[in-house]
Write a protein that binds this ligand. Sequence first.
Ligand code: AMP
Ligand code: MG
Length: 297
Amino acid sequence: MNQGRDAQGGASKVIQPEKVVVEDPPPEPDYPRYRVEPGIRASLAAIDPDETEHYRKKKDVAGELEKQRRRIQDLQERLYAENERGMLIVLQAMDTGGKDGTIKHVFGGINPQGCRVSSFKVPSAEEANHDFLWRYHKSVPAKGRIVIFNRSHYEDVLVVRVKNLVPEDIWRERYELINDFERGLTANGITVLKFFLHISKDEQKKRLQSRLDDPDKRWKFSSNDIQERAFWDAYQQAFEDALGNCSTEHAPWYIVPANKKWYRNLVVARTIADTLEAMDPRYPPPEDGLEKVRIPD
Ligand code: AMP
Ligand code: MG
């Protein structure tokens, strides 16, 4: 059960959690097939954003999603109590890809103590004056914590590349720097999981339109999203390179079919729950002799 830990108590060997947790993992949802194997070119075209396996509608997965959410809640309590290791979850997607929705639906019931979301926007002047990893490194989880990156250090090989914000020789070197950074985290007991929420261009159009149509969603609409949409192909290419260059044994990428929000939530939740379970966090042992303790009146 404990094979996921390496000599330092880290979780860097957990690359196929579903095989660590149970001999014969239940096949659904079949998230291992969405893992980008290290050293293999990632192909977004090979994964259908509409994929839902045999599930047909949201109702089909409601019970299953709730089960995975409870597993995450329970395991997070243990991770927090153990206070030895942590988890970093990276969410990336095209605009409207569902990063916010995933956070809401997968982590909705989690104890806020021990869990944090860090969102990364255009770097501030102070951030831009430092090396590109500085602002991310400041936000990584401490022992016992789960941190979700809503956008991440990958923006520095995505938007930065597509919009030519730095010269090519600078961003090209970043894949290796990112791998080293993540390797350093895992060597210190932080398990790193990365999800690319994969939507189609048509689906993005629908979602942008609904942001325009629905008064309660208009705040999310940015005219900049229309300009970014024109760079769709360049972004897809940048994502393929990032996922292919930076899916490692210690910090895998998953390409999650995300046109159907409920299927996306299920795949992400199950992957996280199984990975946490493979880490096998434990409540610290109680003090000796507690059975003799009487609480005074
Ligand atoms: P949103 O997540 O919709 O609030 O938008 C945040 C914006 O910040 C997006 O347009 C990102 O492309 C942009 N952004 C995030 N990180 C960086 C970065 N490192 N360099 C430049 N732009 C970034
Ligand atoms: Mg936006």
